[in-house]
Design a protein around this ligand. Sequence first.
Ligand code: F58
Length: 831
Amino acid sequence: RRLGPASTATHPLATAPVGSPSHNVDGFVREFLHELNTNQGVTLSASSLNDQYLALASTVKNYLMARWLETGLKTRAAKVKTVGYLSAEYLLGRQLDNALLASDLADIAEKGLELCGIDLADLRVQEVEPGLGNGGLGRLAACFIDSLATMDVPSIGYGIRYEYGIFRQTFVDGRQVEQPDTWLALGAPWEFPHPESAVQVHFGGHTERYADDGGQERTRWVPSWNVLAVPYNYMVPGYLNGRVNTLRLWSAQATKAFDLQIFNSGDYAQAVRAQTFAENISKVLYPEDSTPQGKELRLQQQYFFVAASLRDFIDHELEPGFDLHRLPERITFQLNDTHPVIAVPELMRILIDEHGFDWDEAWEVTRQCFDYTCHTLLPEALEVWPTELLGRLLPRHLEIIFQINDQFLSLVRQTYPGDEMLARRMSMISEHPERGVRMAFLATVAASRVNGVAELHSQLLRDKVLPDFSSLWPEKFTNVTNGVTPRRFVRLSNPLLSELITDTIGAGWLTDLERLKELEPYADDPQFRERFAAVKAANKHRLTDLLRARDGIDLPDGHLLDVMVKRLHEYKRQSLKLLHIVSLYEQVISGKISAADLTPRTVVFGAKAAPGYRMAKDTIHLINKVAAKVNAAPELEERLKIAFPANYNVTLAETLIPAADLSEQISLAGMEASGTGNMKFALNGALTIGTDDGANVEIRRLVGDKHFFLFGMDEPAVSALGAKGYNPGSCYEANPQLKATLDLILSGHFSDGDRHLFDSVVYNLLNQDRFMALADFQAYVDTQAKVEERYADQEAWTRSTILNVARTGYFSSDRSMRDYLQRIWHTSPML
Ligand code: F58
């Protein structure tokens, strides 16, 4: 079959997209029924909900199509710089509502479907969200591509089309059990596969030296196997601005050559196994959320998507014959953490081995093409690839890395003569526990700019993670505080609040979120406060309905809704929240206080644990066991409840966050790089109880001390305590209430008399407590009492929540993108 070249037709419609369907109810209904008939092959009366959902998705795509094609044409013609966002994860969430919003079709679709006897709400829930990410980092990538499109910035998101996204979490007897996420099973209406544009990605083999025609010694890589990377394009529509950018996710497929070779050897079964082997590369998202595992398949995934993306950009996005010396004029690749850093030696290899650049020329181009964002401070989260593995999978890349390192170390030795210790510290190659490549060092050396994701994080990155690099190149380091898209996390997730805001300050705030400031004076307006409180109450009812239907959970009315949703990790300290609950419970059942003294409160947890992370899984088990006991305790008179819906994901967040009163952001100071959930809660009118960590610092500064419940040690205090020697046992001995709390767990009270079921969690806290939960316990409990005091004064509480909304417009991801444009990419929107 002939695959190219593209048509040479001269008909005017050959180069311009055909028009969109008419933007009215009639046009919509016609298009929808047409899709139902032609795409699903059913009549309306015979269609299933899934048919209807798929036809609706196609209809919406048809409306966006002309703009998508025009965006591509316009951007190519303008030959401007594109942002290439390289990310192994995109935690997109459901697409339907966002596409309806961006194309201004929501009302039309609702009315049109009604004419067809269909409730839009019934179709919305058909969509299984693409969970192609673990948590904050993947969700940030999704927010950023939304903002880039909305701000008219030419950009392409590159990533992996995992066949299975983040696992579906279920609970069996309170323990987490993982199930595969079959998000593609009922059809994938938002994607456009282009198998004809697949690119080859090579692995393995060896390198050879040879003399080129001019007698110059050159190197070539002779790989031993390859796979096809098939692009799947997704629309990334800007909000009402006519731009539709592209997210290009790669799927692995066996190459024909691979199959044939083995087929010819007569071993059919082996040929099929080989195919499976190749296709495994994009099979599943690794569910680790902080400790990268040095697995071969993971490195394959990283190189796979990065090699395909560079190839795609150079061969398909640039005009034929483009001089690659000028590549930095046309692309800036943002490395979302170290996962795509293998792109650095890959670009060097392309320029040197394929395009005949000499080393210095290639390095000059390469270092201008990359910037690096770091998302962590935990030392164990920094990727180090064993040289044995890297050399086996990518021998040429390892050579290039060694050479980059040699050149870099000469610079270090030149700059700091005689300091061999320093050179060793800064080497990209670590020697222990085995020889490995420190990917963060490689990224830092190669990138034009290195940024952290909140002010405190960027500071600690300079001072603690990469201090030698920041002394060498102070100007390389910068900060861009994270943000979240207000389209999804305010407008779509909180329609009532959005309506109230628009009613009060007019339209326009959704793309200029700092305008929320105009709400400030209304904090003192009792009528506005009443309407604001009514929105919160309605959102709580919406959550109640959802949790009843989704999980069979009943939320009591009139409770303070205290929410902690995020990945389960020791540094985030879900255990501290749990100790607070158990402490309240213990005081009531032991008669120290009466249930009537408690502020009626429901604590909602949402958290997945990495499947191999024992302590995190044990903590989930303990939370569920405590929940069972607390929820059934008559002594509490329904004044304390715990809800732990399984499978927290973007879709649940969208209903949960707008209903929350209290946002729990209680990581040990200096551990949470930024957090983005913290921003979503504040923007939706929850007050934060939090430590001086990540973006909490900036949230608190903006909303004001009085409207933020700060507690616990700050980062210098944490460091000082660590240096002095921290002994959690002494906290236990010194604090009778803390002792009673831990003793109650140890007594088997929550584990049907089994005194050892939770030894791992409790003894870890008592003996090690790496994240100092016990040290912050009393401060946390005391500050929770202040929360209750404020909550008792509903007028004061609501006033604070309004000020939180009014003062957190800064945390729009549009602002983050503006900062990247100015401080890092040095490019501007294409208006
Ligand atoms: C998160 N990192 C940070 N990593 O923890 C959070 O503070 C920050 O707000 C967010 O990034 C966005 O900057 C994070 O989510 C991962 O999920 C990686 C997945 C792959 C393995 C290593 C961790």
